[in-house]
Design a protein around this ligand. Structure first.
Ligand SMILES: C[S@@+](CC[C@H](N)C(=O)[O-])C[C@H]1O[C@@H](n2cnc3c(N)ncnc32)[C@H](O)[C@@H]1O
Length: 210
């Protein structure tokens, strides 16, 4: 048994919500890249422990990671899901309806970067899981929008291992490297990399952004 097997065995002690299991099945059947279940649970722990009331998700797919955030967070008042694909958003809406969480959720079919740009409130939590090329731009806007103590969590820190290959100069790989470098070097953020699933970059805003 390795560390991950041990962790999975612990997680199995609590029965997983049937809607999350259904979404995992849909993800497998469609080959759709939902967040790794271990990362999703971690994100959900973050959301509840930071008492996140206002959440923005950039790249929601059909709502798997957003539902993890919403299901177990007693402090949630509003979660905005964004995706470029209308079919994904409609499926997410149906899952939220079945979970009894529709009134807390908003489903926007638009570029998440634009939604972030136009945001008229300071979110407590931003979960970033969309187009990797946009990660550095998202960080620069997100850190200004977040309230102090707010967090931004982004998936694919390892980009399926590609960031570790120095010779890989693919634009998406370079964008993730740049995003990670910025996250760790920006003065207004305190950042760590959580090596779970495909790696999560986890930053908390510790002072006003310039
Ligand atoms: C990795 S999937 C998201 C998975 C989702 N977070 C989950 O765990 O279920 C990435 C999604 O981002 C969407 N996407 C790509 N670029 C986007 C953008 N600029 N704005 C919003 N969504 C985007 C894609 O349509 C896709 O559904």
């Amino acid at each position: 048994m390795d560390v991950m097997d041990y962790l999975r065995a612990m997680e199995d002690l609590q029965e997983k919500h049937p809607l999350l299991m259904e979404m995992e099945r849909i993800g497998r059947e469609r080959g759709f890249p939902i967040l790794h279940p271990l990362s999703a649970r971690f994100l959900s722990v973050v959301a509840a422990s930071y008492r996140s009331r206002y959440v923005l998700e950039i790249g929601s797919g059909f709502g798997y990671s957003a539902l993890w955030i919403a299901l177990y967070n007693p402090f949630l008042e509003r979660i905005i899901l964004t995706d470029l694909d209308a079919g994904n958003m409609e499926l997410a809406r149906r899952f939220f309806e079945r979970a009894g969480l529709l009134e807390k959720a908003e489903f926007i079919v638009e570029d998440g970067l634009e939604v972030l740009n136009q945001l008229d409130f300071a979110p407590d939590l931003i979960f970033n899981d969309a187009h990797k090329i946009q990660y550095p731009m998202i960080l620069n806007i997100a850190r200004k929008k977040l309230k102090i103590g707010g967090v931004i969590v982004s998936d694919n820190a390892f980009w399926l291992g590609k960031v570790l290959d120095d010779g890989n100069m693919d634009p998406s790989v370079q964008a993730i490297r740049e995003f990670t470098r910025l996250s760790f070097s920006t003065e207004d953020l305190l950042t760590t990399l959580v090596p779970m699933g495909d790696g999560l970059i986890f930053s908390v805003k510790i002072k006003e952004s310039e």
